[in-house]
Design a protein around this ligand. Structure first.
Ligand code: NAD
Length: 250
């Protein structure tokens, strides 16, 4: 098992889905963890009771809230050495012509401004060394009609990750992205609740099934570990080859 017992981690979106699996996996690896939750108070307290991780209610798009999150981590455990950005909102399904600016703003604020604010706070606080993983999506590259909010935010996140990797390499802070395909979390509520919907979606995935949050978390822990020391500026896709399916039958 990866030993992260010398590490202090902040995980955003840690009360649900991929973020929650990351909190659990980091905790199992011995890291001390502070995680954010948004509305999931009971779940957050439950995770805290099971792991000793510290939950902090945070809107990741709010500059002051992110400052308080980092201050809390400093207070409880010290300066964070690892950061996972998993908090995010899904696509609206609304095409651009019908999309209100307020909606676009909300998704971009969470999915792009959020990582901007947390990465900046992390880089400002960090001593020599550290590792960041930004959870993006295969839709950072693959556009869908009705997803201009999400796809634009994730496309921006890919460039944030790449640019930061350049800026922070001299300080030995590694910055990588993880781009999942279909993962069974509350973000895929319909597929979680309805077997028929799930099977239909899974039929498009060459590997024949959706992924689990634990599989993504295992990859995140590897990217945060000393074994991944020379990996920075990379985005690792985890999607059962879904993103390789381009223009079938054309
Ligand atoms: N599930 C998938 O299929 C999938 C695929 C590709 C990428 N992703 C990405 O993985 C990440 C995690 O998603 P998930 O599948 O675990 O979904 P999820 O809905 O289970 O978790 C997302 C979390 O983000 C939190 N959140 C939303 N707005 C917030 C805000 N303003 N401030 C703080 N937290 C906020 C939610 O409360 C929730 O806990 C997201 O960035 C998502 O875009 C998921």
């Amino acid at each position: 098992m990866t030993d992260l017992s010398q590490s202090i981690a902040i995980v955003t979106g840690g009360a649900s889905g991929i973020g929650r699996a990351c909190v659990m996996a980091l905790n199992e690896s011995g890291a001390r963890v502070v995680f954010t939750y948004h509305s999931e108070e009971d779940t957050a307290q439950d995770i805290a009771a099971k792991t000793g991780a510290i939950p902090v209610q945070t809107d990741v798009g709010d500059e002051d809230a992110v400052a308080s999150l980092f201050a809390r981590c400093e207070e409880e455990f010290g300066t964070p050495t690892l950061l996972v950005n998993s908090a995010g909102l899904n696509m609206s399904g609304t095409c651009l012509v019908d999309m209100e600016l307020a909606h676009f703003d909300k998704v971009v604020r969470t999915d792009l401004y959020g990582p901007f604010l947390t990465c900046r706070a992390f880089a400002r606080a960090a001593k020599e060394g550290g590792r960041i993983v930004n959870i993006s999506s295969i839709h950072e590259d693959a556009p869908r009609a009705g997803a201009v909010d999400y796809d634009a935010a994730k496309g921006g996140l890919a460039q944030l990750t790449a640019t930061l990797a350049l800026e922070l390499a001299p300080r030995r802070i590694a910055v990588n992205g993880v781009a999942p395909g279909m993962i069974l979390t509350p973000m895929n509520e319909e597929a979680m609740d309805d077997e028929e919907v799930r099977r239909k979606a899974e039929a498009n995935i060459p590997w024949g099934r959706a992924g689990t949050p634990e599989e993504v978390a295992a990859l995140v822990v590897f990217l945060l570990s000393p074994a991944a020391d020379y990996i920075t500026g990379a985005t690792v896709t985890i999607d059962g080859a879904l993103s390789q399916v381009v223009a079938p039958g054309a």
